[in-house]
Design a protein around this ligand. Structure first.
Ligand SMILES: Nc1nc2c(c(=O)[nH]1)N[C@H]1C(S)=C(S)[C@@H](COP(=O)(O)O)O[C@H]1N2
Ligand SMILES: [Mo]
Length: 427
């Protein structure tokens, strides 16, 4: 058998694209003809026609607005609500350790956080890539206790929404893109604990013919532009699914919080956030390629320089953020230590530079972070005079990828990588 064993998203996408155009694929993605005339993200779609099992609902926790799309409290100093989502406020990371505490980890919800009953919950694997469970109505099931009894692994991984930084296409480049107007807070690092997806796939009877794995969320169907796109779902190539992907049931030492996928979510290190499906229920394992609107219509690069059917997003871009309020007030003539973090999907950060008004200079990197999913850094600055100042930070990763002054635009505003101009007021 000649299955290519690549876990790179761009490789996977190119191969699947060819198969799809050749009519070899199935799945409720965009109809082939629609995609060919797509041009914009708002083309008509064929809706998913999968049967639904009921979502088990537990009572809302006390003290939380039952009408809110997000279960956890949203104190304004920690989180900034954005439609059904909330982004981490960067000043809330000042003085924190390596990981983002659960109370301030960003939430990206296509609809609302479902309240699932862990006792009633089942992981349900099915598809033509499994030996004995070809159809959705007769899946191989695992309870949460069964998953917890399998060998556990821990992974410190970064999760970032592909649209993180989108606001700066408008604010810095005068080219607004549709979608959630994230500042830089659609990112976080957590310590995830769970069982490898590969372990579960093998126990479920994985065959040599399997090529794609598609986890589906148990949150409500996503309806946009009057079209029901079904459950949030996105395929992974089998090579990635068998590599470092976790079915996580703990986050930073606590049971997975409701907003982050309780009782179990997928964590796909290095891939854009949408790959890490929360509240996972059904998992299709297929011997033929799978598609969903989340890898055909959304989460692709469309626009100038991209083909009509778009380019895969590939890895996350390089970004840097100060752990400082927008328009923070700093005292004139006193040395302050600026703190920040930089990250890249392509590999660890190699170096970071800051500019406080008189040219680029190296930041000091926290040695313990070298080689990890993000890098903390500091730089000293004595603001020379009162008034408005602009702080800038830029990083380069080990592959040599850096941050341009201007990010290349794309229709849906993904993967902003430009240097962000952070204003402060010196008093
Ligand atoms: N079921 C489901 N999974 C999902 C989503 C969702 O809306 N529903 N959002 C995705 C997106 S776009 C991102 S960026 C991450 C965000 O994870 P978080 O909310 O735990 O930060 O979850 C992904 N998994
Ligand atoms: Mo996302």
């Amino acid at each position: 058998m000649s299955r290519p064993l690549s876990s790179e998203e761009a490789d996977h996408d190119a191969r699947r694209g060819r198969q799809w155009l050749a009519g070899e694929a199935h799945g409720a993605g965009v109809a082939r003809d629609d995609l060919l005339e797509l041009g914009s993200a708002m083309a008509a779609l064929t809706a998913a026609a999968a049967e639904r099992e009921p979502v088990a609902v537990a009572p809302a926790p006390v003290g939380v607005d039952p009408g809110s799309p997000i279960a956890k409290p949203l104190p304004p100093e920690l989180l900034r609500p954005l439609e059904t989502n909330a982004e981490m406020r960067w000043p809330a990371m000042a003085g924190q350790g390596y990981v983002v505490p659960n109370d301030r980890f960003f939430v990206r919800n296509h609809t609302v956080t479902p309240r699932l009953d862990a006792d009633a919950w089942r992981l349900r694997l099915f598809g033509t890539g499994l030996r004995d469970a070809p159809t959705r109505d007769a899946p191989v099931e695992f309870t949460l206790d069964e998953l917890r009894r399998l060998p556990a692994e821990e992974s410190t991984a970064l999760l970032e929404c592909a649209g993180n930084g989108r606001r700066f296409f408008a604010d810095q480049q005068d080219a607004p893109a549709p979608g959630v107007a994230w500042d830089l807070g659609g990112v976080g690092v957590a310590r995830w604990r769970g069982v490898r997806l590969g372990t579960v796939l093998r126990l479920a009877g994985l065959t040599d013919d399997a090529v794609d794995v598609m986890p589906e969320g148990l949150d409500p169907d996503y309806v946009t532009g009057g079209v029901n796109l079904g459950r949030v779902r996105r395929p992974l190539p089998i090579a990635k699914a068998l590599d470092d992907v976790l079915l996580a049931y703990e986050m930073n030492g606590e049971p997975l919080p409701a907003d982050h996928g309780f009782p179990v979510r997928v964590v796909v290190p290095g891939w854009i956030g949408i790959s890490s499906i929360k509240w996972v229920g059904p998992v299709e394992v297929s011997a033929t390629p799978l598609f969903s609107p989340w890898n055909t219509q959304f989460y692709r690069m469309f626009g100038p320089g991209h083909p009509a059917d778009g380019d895969a997003l590939g890895t996350q871009s390089v970004k840097s953020a100060f752990e400082l309020a927008w328009d923070a007030h700093l005292p004139a003539g006193t040395e302050v230590r600026l703190h920040g973090r930089s990250w890249s999907g392509a590999g660890p950060i190699d170096r970071v530079e800051v500019d406080t008004g008189d040219g680029w200079r190296p930041a000091e990197l926290v040695a313990a972070d070298r080689g990890g999913p993000w890098q903390r850094w500091t730089a000293a600055w004595r603001p020379p005079a009162r008034g408005r100042w602009t702080l800038r930070a830029r990083a380069t990763d080990v592959t040599g990828a850096g941050q341009p002054d201007r990010a290349a635009p794309n229709d849906l505003g993904y993967l902003f990588d430009g240097v962000v101009r952070h204003p402060v007021t010196v008093v």
